[in-house]
Design a protein around this ligand. Structure first.
Ligand SMILES: Nc1nc2c(ncn2[C@@H]2O[C@H](COP(=O)(O)OP(=O)(O)O)[C@@H](O)[C@H]2O)c(=O)[nH]1
Ligand SMILES: Nc1ncnc2c1ncn2[C@@H]1O[C@H](COP(=O)(O)OP(=O)(O)O)[C@@H](O)[C@H]1O
Length: 217
């Protein structure tokens, strides 16, 4: 599961990471307005607040959270169906929801936090994407500071500076996590290499000081 600030590049990374892979990408429900070009049912299931709250009341979400004035949630049924088919499931959600999944799924969930190189660069990306008003960009940046300070709660932290490198690290994490389900003696050479690369992006060594530097940059 991928988490991290709005505008850090989660969607861009996910598209490249999952290209050609048979995994299930979970389409979230949201109460925010569709942006030009977004398609109902593909980018999100766009619903009214009443529809969202009713679904939450019926325990229809694996997790849900509010983000800058709107509700977002992961519908549980499509995920159960995908897991029953034997597919891996990928979520791309904000930090509060990711924490809920962590609590609920324990080690069954592989959590990856995507980190911006700096807050200045995050602002540049949000401005460049041109989907938000300046006021909404500032709200997302405020939220980003809080999210970044929680990065060490997730198993892996990948910095999205060079897109290709970040995609390679995501692929390595995926391959390494799959390999660890089998005895190490049976790993292929590629799996050993993936494991070594994935080890370099584990969050264990992260210092609060390093996170503060990103937030202040
Ligand atoms: N908790 C939770 N967060 C979600 C879900 N779907 C999307 N988000 C996150 O909500 C935040 C805002 O999403 P969005 O308005 O699409 O903005 P964008 O990610 O900057 O394009 C992002 O961090 C998304 O990853 C969900 O189902 N649950
Ligand atoms: N590694 C990168 N370097 C430079 N720009 C990037 C990089 N990754 C993503 N972007 C750009 O940053 C903006 C936000 O990316 P997006 O995937 O929409 O983020 P998110 O899904 O996390 O909100 C987009 O305009 C995207 O093209």
């Amino acid at each position: 599961m991928m988490t991290g600030a709005s505008g850090v590049g989660k969607g861009t990374l996910r598209e490249q990471w999952l290209a050609g892979q048979d995994v299930f990408y979970s389409t979230s429900w949201t109460t925010r307005e569709a942006r030009p070009g977004e398609v109902q049912g593909r980018d999100y299931v766009f619903v009214t607040p009443a529809e969202f709250l009713e679904k939450a009341r019926q325990d229809g979400f694996l997790e849900h959270a509010q983000f800058v004035g709107n509700h977002y949630g992961t519908p549980i049924e499509p995920i159960e169906a995908a897991l029953a088919r034997g597919q891996d499931v990928v979520l791309e959600i904000e930090v509060e929801g990711a924490m809920q999944v962590k609590d609920r799924m324990g080690d069954g969930a592989i959590l990856v936090f995507i980190m911006p190189p700096s807050l200045t660069e995050l602002r540049r990306r949000l401005t460049g994407r041109a989907t938000e008003t300046p006021e909404r960009i500032e709200k997302r940046l405020l939220r980003a500071r809080e999210e970044i300070m929680q990065a060490h709660a997730f198993r892996y932290v990948i910095v999205n500076d060079d897109l290709n490198r970040a995609v390679q690290e995501l692929l390595a994490v995926q391959q390494a996590e799959r390999a660890t389900q089998r005895p190490e003696a049976n790993w292929t050479e590629a799996e050993r290499e993936a494991h070594a690369l994935a080890a370099t992006v584990r969050s264990g060594a992260l210092k609060t000081e390093a996170l503060r530097q990103v937030v202040d940059s």
